[in-house]
Design a protein around this ligand. Structure first.
Ligand SMILES: [Mg+2]
Length: 357
């Protein structure tokens, strides 16, 4: 086989509505694809960089330029290639995830096997995904929650001055929904968080994601003891070592390919969480169906999924995992099983523009 070649491609995805969380608003996302070709077939993976974790489109493209010549000619050499990327540059997990997922896509295509099967997973065991309602005025959030009636689980972004009014408005139109909330580190102290959670618990919530800024796990441990709702860590939990650090301090962790660096790293994190008796939700960034589908292939392993980043954009150029009655339906085509439905356009050229938060 010919040496593997790597070609980056920047996508420009537009949010259907401005997406607001407690620390900012986003209207466009510019994930970077890694296309890896062996002369016969091509695999694709996606980097969804977040400046919160130290990555931007520019840093991803710079990393991909560093990785092009270390791939060799064997897409199954996951261990060697991941080690080589790690020795070339530390951190940068989203960039590494793009390469690692593209290798899995290509390896699956060579074997004629979907990625979930490479991991030996049962595609019937995917969980339902939540659909995320960003922060807006209460009536607007209720309108979106009502419109999302295909989704039995909602994830509501909180961390405003009046979250209760927003939850009440949503509960009125969606009494049926299971609702989880995500504060994205909005509450300033464990006591403030405990009071806020106390206020919100009457709306019958599943769990609270990332109540506090990443920091001392003992703060989360205290909060967990004083919270009527389970606590999940997202921003606080980036690597498998973080899972270990948070053991006993939270009920569950949120695993994302863009945080941990790829499918194999995600698997390690999931196993670490299982060993500590913690639950796992697989989450995402705003990204196309390439990244969402890659993450979805691992969801038979976990209790919860929050894989709706592709559903929040109006111009996803790919088709992959589908959602039926809320449940993730994995494609059974070889590799990731994603298909390009909109050809590359003028929009998908390397942007040097500023990333939105
Ligand atoms: Mg989150």
């Amino acid at each position: 086989m010919a040496p593997l070649s790597l070609r980056p491609e920047t996508l420009e995805l537009h949010l259907r509505d401005p997406f607001r969380i407690s620390r900012g608003v986003q209207t466009v996302a510019r994930p970077v694809l890694a296309h890896i070709a062996d002369g016969e077939r091509e695999g694709v993976g996606e980097a969804a960089p977040s400046s919160f974790y130290g990555e931007t489109g520019d840093t991803v493209r710079a990393c991909l330029a560093l990785f092009g010549d270390l791939l060799g000619d064997d897409p199954f050499a996951f261990q060697r290639i991941i080690d080589a990327m790690d020795s070339r540059i530390r951190l940068n997990p989203a960039a590494k995830a793009a390469v690692e997922c593209a290798l899995h896509d290509l390896a699956g295509k060579r074997l004629g096997m979907p990625v979930y099967r490479l991991f030996g997973l049962d595609p019937e065991r995917t969980p339902q995904t939540s659909f995320t309602i960003g922060i807006a005025e209460p009536e607007e959030m209720a309108r979106k929650a009502a419109a999302a009636n295909d989704y039995p689980i909602l994830k509501v972004k909180v961390g405003t001055a009046d979250d209760a009014a927003r939850l009440r408005a949503i509960r009125e139109v969606r009494p049926d929904a299971r609702i989880r909330v995500d504060a994205n580190a909005a509450w300033v102290t464990p006591r403030v968080a405990a009071r806020a959670i106390e206020q919100l618990a009457r709306f019958d919530l599943q769990f609270v994601e990332q109540p506090l800024a990443p920091g001392d796990p003992d703060d989360l441990r205290w909060l967990r003891q004083h919270s009527p709702l389970p606590i999940f860590a997202d921003e606080s939990c980036v690597t498998a070592a973080d899972v270990h650090r948070l053991a006993g301090a939270v009920d569950g962790v949120v695993v994302k390919l863009a945080k941990c660096g790829g499918l194999r790293a995600a698997l390690l994190q999931i196993q670490a969480a299982n060993m500590h008796g913690m639950q796992v939700m697989i989450g995402c960034m705003i990204e196309s169906s390439v990244g969402i589908t890659a993450a979805a292939h691992l969801t038979p392993l976990v209790e919860f999924a929050d894989l709706d980043g592709n559903l929040l954009v109006s111009d996803d150029p790919f088709r992959g995992v589908q959602v039926k009655d809320g449940k993730l339906v994995l494609p059974d085509a070889p590799g990731l099983g994603v298909e390009r439905v909109v050809p590359p356009s003028e929009a998908s050229v390397a942007h040097a523009g500023v990333e939105t938060p």
